[in-house]
Ligand binder design. Structure first.
Ligand code: ADE
Ligand code: ZN
Length: 378
């Protein structure tokens, strides 16, 4: 059942709003007002370097979407998988998308080269090296187990390869990393339950659950019971909503799934009440600007709603989604968004700070991240 877009529906709102605002005041100190404002004086020509060097968290990256064509071909050769493309160039040339589904068809085909634990490790390690180059110091990675278990790859193979890469990233690159298991929303509730059962012996290896794949026609309500079970297991909860789908899906991701962050959420601008709620409760949006342009959610980066969301006080973050398919990693997203929307260094600091605030780490770790950001701005 769809939850109507009416905040009076949500009896948690006042308590959560007060708590969110109090937390924000307490942890922000003078940083937000004084330091952020002073950043406006960073000259425009220095902005690209400032963005590149900014310490940041990436919270919306599908690890299967980081598979570069070169790695797809290398893994295909290693595993004896035949691809329907003759060359890296031919595969890259196919990356012209008209909407989310046209991308997903190619994305799932690309993932077919992943068979062994080493393949999952290599894919994630390649991402971490790129992330380090972009000054990502914290990353929460989505993975899609159903894409692999449907092909006969064991859940253990997937998660053990990814986990090993996370541990190496922490030890050797200083990147703190977590995994978020995504249920494919075009599949059934029963299949999601089966995946959660496969994941149960591995509870210490991932931090939360999410919901991705084809959004239209697959509202969050379809997975209400699966997410209730995941929450009962102590898992954190996020969901893709309002990427192509309507603001109503954001309401139900919050009210039915109890999502703590909304992935994309860019359609919220079409619902003023929702905007008010997201700002008041400080519910983060993990926005992926290059993805939105490549999947024709916005015709041009200049039309992107990110600045409206930011100006309305929402906890917006910038992320890469599927960087191998959409023309760039997180820094490229920052660079193109800032150029198109005329943002300055004060916005950059707010976005980086938001990314740490929105991350699933404890308060002590958040403070360390804020201190790192503060030192960068000093
Ligand atoms: N899976 C990978 N990328 C996705 C996106 N942008 N939206 C929904 N599901 C996805
Ligand atoms: Zn996504």
């Amino acid at each position: 059942m769809a939850v109507p877009p009416n905040p009076s529906h949500n009896d948690r709102l006042p308590i959560k709003t007060v708590a969110a605002a109090a937390w924000f005041r307490q942890t922000s100190g003078n940083f937000q007002s004084a330091r952020t404002e002073s950043m406006k004086s960073v000259p425009k020509q220095q902005l690209p370097d400032f963005l590149r060097g900014l310490p940041k968290a990436e919270l919306h990256i599908h690890i299967e979407g980081s598979l570069e064509p070169e790695l797809i071909f290398a893994l295909a050769q290693r595993n004896g998988v035949t691809l329907p493309y003759d060359s890296v160039e031919a595969l890259r040339a196919a990356y012209a998308f008209s909407d989310l589904q046209s991308f997903l068809d190619i994305y799932y085909a690309g993932a077919s080269v992943l068979l062994h634990e080493a393949d999952f490790f290599d894919m994630a390690w390649a991402y971490f090296l790129r992330a380090q180059a972009d000054n990502v110091i914290h990353a929460e990675l989505f993975f899609d187990p159903q894409t692999h278990t449907a092909r006969g790859v064991a859940f253990d193979t997937v998660i053990n390869g990814l986990r090993r890469a996370c541990e190496k990233a922490e030890a050797e690159l200083g990147i703190h990393a977590g995994l978020i298991l995504c249920f494919l929303r075009h599949l059934s509730e029963a299949e999601a339950f089966e995946t959660l059962a496969q994941a149960r012996p591995h509870l210490g290896k991932f931090i939360g659950v999410g919901l991705d794949s084809s959004e239209r026609g697959h509202p969050p309500e379809k997975f209400a019971r699966v997410f209730a079970d995941a929450r009962a297991l102590g898992l954190r909860v996020v969901a893709h909503a309002g990427e192509e789908g309507p603001p109503e899906y954001i309401w139900s991701a919050l009210d039915v799934l109890k999502a703590e962050r909304i992935d994309h959420g860019v359609q919220a601008v079409n619902d003023p009440m929702l905007m008010q709620r997201l700002a008041a409760e400080r519910i983060p949006l993990t926005v992926c600007p290059l993805s939105n342009v490549k999947l024709c959610v916005f015709k041009d980066m200049k039309d992107h709603s990110l600045r409206q969301l930011l100006d309305a006080g929402l906890v917006v973050t910038i992320n890469s989604d599927d960087p191998a398919y959409f023309g760039g990693y997180i820094n490229q997203n920052f660079l193109e968004t800032f150029a198109a929307l005329d943002l300055d260094a004060s916005h950059a600091v707010t976005l980086a700070r938001n990314s740490f605030e929105a991350s699933f780490v404890d308060e002590a770790q958040k403070r360390r991240y804020f201190d790192t950001l503060d030192a960068y701005c000093a």
